[in-house]
Design a protein around this ligand. Structure first.
Ligand SMILES: Cc1ncc(COP(=O)(O)O)c(C=O)c1O
Length: 372
């Protein structure tokens, strides 16, 4: 299935992401449900909790392949040894390094549809021939190994999945991922699982899919679940030889990570429970409010995942764009138009806004629907 995006590789120097440009430039409104990461956790919180003092910070310090205390903290969290960990500038760079090491230009890469657009544009930028397999709205966007089996070819080198799924937040269990892993293994391909939203399991114990086999690669960051986008603390988990290849590719992108961010990331890793707790509560509250509200709204249908930061409702018509514009211009509510996820009848809405703002946003979306 061809991608619906404008081709990124009309030349590497012209690569661009329509979604990222929109995300950075769209007009901000009072009731913003266009985000997907929890609102920023602040440095003031770190200081007030007594986790850090100014004299503990330094500007320069680490100069090797990863800051050892951070490597260890990530490895402990994931249950792997540090040679399986590649620190990266956010999950964005993690995805870029993982892809760059996992295939050569001209190789085939099989990516779920719909998905986070940057996964497609990054694969194309790196010279992949991108093929797609479908995750169906009618099936709650579940990952169906049959769809993967039908789309994979002998030339496929990498299968790319988000878990939780962006945009729908659908959760894929280990059994299904293992089935996809088997399909990949028999074709000589690897599986890249972007687990950035799986971090919103917070206090529920969960295992990364890196434990499903050496041919799995996992990327994630502290951005979405913990409101720590500013630290750019992302990483890749991969089999050590492949991990070393990623470190070497990373040398081309930057000599060091920002040391103050590494120091603060180590501190954050020690306190993820405390940082995540209020976010976990807020998401649970808002999800309940959203699901009660959705019970009353017949104008849209939506998969109802148990966790995650976003929902991906489908309106009855073919195209949500005019509705998204109306929400923005008349009702001061921001949502992400579904076209950015190759699903024009949908829109993506964020569950992590402060509860009063979230409740007001739902009331406004309801008013907009009533006046359609
Ligand atoms: C699936 C997915 N991966 C990666 C990213 C980028 O993460 P980061 O901000 O840590 O670079 C996003 C951001 O929206 C995302 O949705």
């Amino acid at each position: 299935m061809p991608t619906a995006y404008a081709p990124a590789h009309t030349g590497r120097n012209r690569a661009r992401s329509p979604y990222m440009e929109w995300a950075k430039c769209h007009p901000r409104v009072a009731h913003n449900l266009a985000a997907s990461g929890m609102p920023a956790y602040t440095l003031a919180h770190f200081v007030a909790a007594g986790w850090v003092r100014l004299e503990d910070l330094e500007l320069s310090g680490s100069d090797g392949y990863g800051y050892p205390p951070l490597q260890r903290a990530i490895a402990d969290k994931a249950g792997v040894s540090p040679d399986w960990v590649v620190a990266a500038t956010g999950c964005s760079m993690a995805n870029q390094l993982a892809m760059a090491a996992a295939f050569e230009p001209g190789d085939e890469v099989l990516i779920e549809q719909p998905t986070y657009e940057l996964l497609v544009t990054t694969a194309e930028y790196l010279g992949a021939k991108v093929r797609r397999f479908v995750r169906r709205f009618e099936e709650g966007f579940r990952l169906d190994p049959q769809e993967v089996a039908q789309a994979i070819t002998a030339d496929t080198r990498l299968i790319v999945i988000t878990n939780l799924h962006n945009p729908s937040s659908a959760l894929t269990d280990d059994e299904t991922l293992a089935a996809v892993g088997e399909i990949a293994r028999s074709a000589g391909a690897r599986v890249l699982v972007d687990e950035i939203y799986l971090e919103t399991q917070y206090s529920t114990p969960w295992r990364s899919s890196i434990h499903l086999g050496d041919h799995f690669i996992v990327t994630t960051s502290l951005t979405k679940a913990y409101g720590l986008s500013g630290l750019r603390c992302g990483w890749i988990l991969a089999q050590p030889e492949l991990a070393r290849a990623m470190w070497h590719i990373n040398d081309l992108h930057g000599v060091n990570a920002a040391y103050p961010a590494e120091l603060l990331s180590v501190i954050a890793m020690r306190h993820l429970r405390e940082i995540g707790e209020p976010y976990e509560k807020r998401l649970a509250t808002n999800r309940q409010i959203a699901y009660r509200w959705l019970d009353e709204r017949t104008e849209m249908r939506v998969a109802r995942p148990p966790i995650g930061t976003t929902l991906f409702p489908k309106l009855w018509g073919d195209n949500s764009e005019a509705f998204c514009n109306l929400l923005r211009d008349k009702y001061e509510v921001g949502v992400v138009p579904g076209r950015f996820f190759e699903s024009p009848a949908h829109f993506r809405m964020f569950l992590g806004a402060e509860t009063p703002v979230f409740t007001e946003a739902l009331a406004r979306i309801g008013a907009a629907l009533d006046h359609q």
